[in-house]
Design a protein around this ligand. Structure first.
Ligand SMILES: *[C@@H]1O[C@H](CO)[C@@H](O)[C@H](O)[C@H]1NC(C)=O
Ligand SMILES: *[C@@H]1O[C@H](CO)[C@@H](O)[C@H](O)[C@H]1NC(C)=O
Ligand SMILES: *[C@@H]1O[C@H](CO)[C@@H](O)[C@H](O)[C@H]1NC(C)=O
Ligand SMILES: *[C@@H]1O[C@H](CO)[C@@H](O)[C@H](O)[C@H]1NC(C)=O
Ligand SMILES: *[C@@H]1O[C@H](CO)[C@@H](O)[C@H](O)[C@H]1NC(C)=O
Ligand SMILES: *[C@@H]1O[C@H](CO)[C@@H](O)[C@H](O)[C@H]1NC(C)=O
Length: 415
């Protein structure tokens, strides 16, 4: 154990908690502009906590191009400096910020002394896969976070250190992935591969299964045509938005019992198995912008359901909710069904089955000849004394103009 680690441990023991940051990561804020107004749960991921930074470290230097704040001496800020090459990284640096530069290459030389890195942010640069020195990342045996989003990578970076917990690779051109690319990434909890050029053939059964702690996987805006096989059973958040997936195999989710949120909007789903979403932990389900014709079984845990822009003509509430258990209510609070082919509001039976429903957004519907029509009801909302949930509603302003009377209630429009 080196001197620095020893000092770190000592500070830890004395409880000097210098720096402990929680990052709020909205897992798709960049990818889903359309639903800006929707309810967007915030998933919190704990970042590496830093305990104790030796006080004399300011003497250890800082690259002349960069800034090392005295109160966080293990961090080096080199972002937004038009840098073309990575400066030499001093040994004591743990957090390295190089985002928003013009860096094309990741050379081992710059990192020759940097063995304590825990976090590297190289997002928004011009890095190409061939210009990454082989193994340069793998030798950072303490690395927890690696940001490489918004670069020009054509390949999944390989090899990577086994310590890695968060890997961000969104907005590249990745179309190649070695079959052993993810071997050993046993601690990875978050993998973002949105906005790349991944095809089904690259995500074979064995590739993803190795990441036994993976909680969040973003594969939105790729070229997938089928559900990725072999996802690890630890998964809680899965985004497959904006691919070309047309079906979900029966029992596909049996191996993903922990799934909390599933986003599959902007795909080609037409027929899906009736009880495919029978998942006891599912809270959010977004399958808007597909070609669904029918409702399906709604699990008790589900709170937010997005079905907009499908081909649904009638929502069969009995199918969504085949039985009512007065002791274990369904949790659904928000339902979005605009841009379907509904001719009338959903049967009021829905309020018996889903007693927590707070609002249903009908918006505009499409008629069979392609015209848009408006139901008598555009938004159904229960009035709460503390109705602070206005952001639930994608079209609040519109509705305020359109609606003449007071908020609608149960009886008049539902039969
Ligand atoms: C690495 O550290 C050695 C000894 O401290 C120093 O002489 C050398 O310049 C450093 N190299 C880089 C690339 O920072
Ligand atoms: C890394 O850079 C991105 C910009 O691409 C920024 O959003 C993010 O907050 C940075 N991460 C950290 C931990 O500073
Ligand atoms: C994975 O995380 C655990 C717990 O944080 C840690 O003890 C272990 O050393 C890590 N594994 C690797 C390969 O870094
Ligand atoms: C879907 O992805 C394509 C590129 O793959 C992009 O051009 C398009 O804007 C995306 N659409 C949405 C709704 O995100
Ligand atoms: C949902 O799954 C449970 C077991 O997890 C099962 O008992 C129940 O019958 C299923 N419901 C439907 C509608 O498939
Ligand atoms: C609604 O679904 C239930 C159960 O799946 C079925 O028995 C019934 O025939 C359906 N009703 C209509 C009008 O489709």
């Amino acid at each position: 154990m080196g001197f620095l680690s020893l000092v770190c441990v000592l500070f830890f023991l004395f409880g000097v908690k210098v720096y402990c940051q929680y990052e709020t990561y909205q897992w798709d804020e960049d990818y889903d502009q359309e639903s800006d107004d929707d309810y967007q749960p915030e998933f919190q991921f704990r970042q590496n906590a830093e305990y104790g930074v030796p006080f004399h470290q300011y003497t250890l230097g800082c690259a002349s191009e960069c800034f090392c704040p005295t109160n966080f001496p293990s961090s080096m800020y080199c972002d937004n400096r038009k840098l073309k090459i990575i400066p030499n990284i001093p040994m004591h640096i743990q957090q390295l910020y190089l985002q928003f530069n013009e860096i094309e290459a990741v050379t081992a030389n710059s990192f020759i002394n940097a063995t304590h890195l825990k976090e590297i942010n190289l997002s928004h640069n011009k890095i190409r896969s061939q210009k990454i020195d082989y193994g340069v990342f793998a030798k950072f045996s303490n690395l927890l976070q690696l940001h490489l989003e918004h670069n020009n990578l054509e390949e999944f970076p390989f090899p990577l250190p086994k310590s890695l917990e968060r890997l961000l690779l969104g907005y590249n051109e990745i179309s190649r992935l070695q079959t052993n690319a993810m071997d050993g990434l046993v601690n990875l909890t978050m993998l973002d591969l949105c906005c790349n050029q991944l095809h089904d053939s690259m995500l074979t059964e064995k590739i993803l299964a190795k990441m036994e702690k993976l909680m969040q996987l973003n594969l939105c805006n790729n070229r997938l045509e089928s559900m990725p096989p072999g996802l690890p059973s630890s998964l809680m958040y899965l985004s497959l938005e904006n691919n070309s997936i047309s079906s979900i195999p029966e029992n596909y989710f049996d191996k993903l019992p922990k799934l909390h949120a599933l986003r599959m909007s902007h795909n080609n789903l037409q027929d899906i198995p009736y009880n495919i979403f029978n998942l006891s932990n599912l809270i959010e389900l977004n399958i808007g912008h597909n070609k669904l014709k029918q409702a399906f079984y709604i699990p008790r845990s589900l709170e937010h359901l997005y079905l907009e822009n499908n081909e649904i003509e009638k929502i069969n509430v009995t199918a969504m909710c085949p039985s009512i258990d007065p002791l274990h209510h369904h949790h659904l609070t928000y339902l979005r069904v605009d841009q379907n082919k509904l001719k009338e509001p959903i049967s009021s039976y829905i309020f018996f089955c889903f007693p927590h429903i707070h609002s249903i957004y009908y918006g505009e519907q499409r008629s069979s000849n392609g015209q848009t029509i408006q139901l008598k009801t555009q938004v159904f909302r229960f009035q709460d004394e503390d109705d602070s949930d206005e952001h639930d509603d994608p079209d609040r302003a519109h509705e305020d103009q359109e609606q003449e009377g007071p908020e609608e209630h149960f009886d008049p429009h539902f039969n």
